[in-house]
Design a binder for this molecule. Structure first.
Ligand SMILES: Nc1nc2c(c(=O)[nH]1)N[C@H]1C(S)=C(S)[C@@H](COP(=O)(O)O)O[C@H]1N2
Ligand SMILES: [Mo]
Length: 421
């Protein structure tokens, strides 16, 4: 597997302030010197030659200077790459939309490569009329366009017992936010006709894991979608091409990819993913089950361990917040480990069950700071600090860790994952 070294966790950036300003370390960790010949008042080399013509880049890719902006894996979380996770590089992104090629991936048996000509979605069980849809048939139903976050319930799951992974890509990178286009699930269920007594649906994938989950009918009829597009283009194979289930605000595991069938029933199926996995072991040895909703959470994406502060003076804190219970109404930022909170500025659209982008601009005098953020959603819920969360949840859980993250910003601009207590 080849991935460029991570600037934050392997070789750390060094910052040298010279007469010309900053010399920033590159992806190799070595300093890249800037070239005054390309700077005013000189005419740069890219002005002196013709560039690539149209059509050369039939499907566009990012600038060659952005090679470090990639999904990354954690070796010790990747016993087998077919059943593992890659993380969204949150520290390299801004706004609320995750580019398709950077959305984190979580597969239980690798990426299914489905020929759309052979794709079928079956609806059966407690319905009047069992149905099988082709992809073209799905595209003939009235469409909905919705922007939603998807967060794996295991996001931040490695941090229950203390600060561990050095970078928001790893601590919080199991989240993405895209615009889906698809058919409301309700439309298809109405088409099939629900029998009386129907209360649950089971969604199953066509991948080698045939991953499946039980979903209460009320949620299915509320806001679930069968999506075939993300950010305008067809779903990527990694994210369930040609169709996946969208379960807004609920844990990513339920968003079945490569969706093959929906079975309607009167009770849950108690699948592996809702018994052995995706339950929350409490301090008393009992496990919570069916903890579907993702509670409000936020993360400062910059500065962060992989995106150190460049210099003192005007500094932009940038971050993401989301809530599975509706809209985020406010985000607070603290510079002192949570003693004093200031309201951050949310910029850009605020949608239901989607990410919002927040900023806090300040003049950094270069002293060490303990940066935190907390999200508040429209239900009045306030994202808890880690101690308060552990009082309720203990430390045996993997899933649903939405505790407040602390970044230690040091005088040299480096940032480290720490906890305050
Ligand atoms: N069929 C199928 N659907 C699946 C999975 C899978 O392995 N197989 N993984 C689930 C899990 S655990 C998560 S968190 C999300 C991840 O979606 P993404 O890969 O688009 O980020 O897909 C869910 N849907
Ligand atoms: Mo997940």
């Amino acid at each position: 597997m080849s991935q460029p070294p991570d600037q934050g966790s392997t070789s750390r950036r060094k910052f040298v302030v010279g007469a010309a300003g900053l010399v920033v370390a590159g992806a190799s960790g070595k300093a890249i010197a800037d070239n005054p010949k390309n700077q005013p008042p000189n005419v740069p080399e890219w002005t002196r030659t013709l560039g690539d013509g149209v059509g050369v880049r039939a499907y566009g890719t990012p600038s060659k200077f952005e090679k470090q902006v990639i999904r990354r894996t954690v070796p010790w979380l990747t016993a087998t790459p077919e059943s593992s996770v890659s993380f969204t590089p949150l520290h390299e992104l801004d706004g609320i939309i995750t580019p398709n090629g950077l959305c984190f991936e979580r597969h239980h048996s690798g990426i299914a490569e489905i020929d759309p000509a052979d794709y079928r979605l079956m609806i059966h069980g407690m319905v009047d009329k069992p149905l099988i849809f082709t992809l073209d048939e799905l595209k003939r139903f009235p469409r909905a366009n919705r922007i939603y976050f998807l967060e794996c319930a295991a996001n931040s799951g490695m941090e229950w017992r203390g600060a561990q992974l050095n970078g928001c890509q790893y601590t919080h990178g199991m989240v993405h936010c895209v615009q889906y286009t698809g058919v409301p699930l309700k439309t298809l269920l109405n088409e099939a006709g629900l029998k009386s007594g129907a209360k649950w649906i089971m969604a199953e994938g066509g991948d080698a894991a045939a991953m499946n989950r039980s979903i209460p009918l009320a949620k299915a009829l509320d806001d679930c979608l069968i999506a075939y597009r993300m950010n305008g283009e067809m779903l990527r194979p990694e994210n369930g091409y040609p169709a996946r289930l969208v379960v807004p605000g609920w844990q990513g595991n339920m968003w079945i990819k490569w969706l093959r069938r929906l079975k309607v029933g009167d009770q849950p199926w108690f699948t592996r993913e809702e018994t052995s996995k995706y339950t929350d072991l409490m301090e008393n040895g009992k496990a919570r089950q069916f903890t579907w909703v993702m509670d409000a959470k936020s993360i400062i994406t910059s500065p962060s361990p992989q995106a150190p502060a460049k210099s003192k003076g005007l500094t932009v804190i940038s971050g993401l917040a989301w809530s599975g219970r509706g809209k985020v109404v406010r985000v607070d930022v603290a510079l002192d480990g949570g003693r004093n909170w200031r309201t951050a500025r949310i910029d850009g659209p605020v949608y239901d069950k989607a990410c919002v982008r927040f900023y806090y601009e300040f003049d950094w005098s270069g002293e060490a700071l303990l940066l935190q953020s907390r999200a508040i959603d429209e239900t009045g819920y306030v994202q808890p600090n880690k101690d308060d969360l552990r009082k309720i949840r203990g430390v045996n859980s993997i899933y649903h860790n939405n505790g407040i993250q602390t970044w230690h910003l040091k005088p040299d601009g480096e940032v480290e994952n720490v906890e305050v207590g």
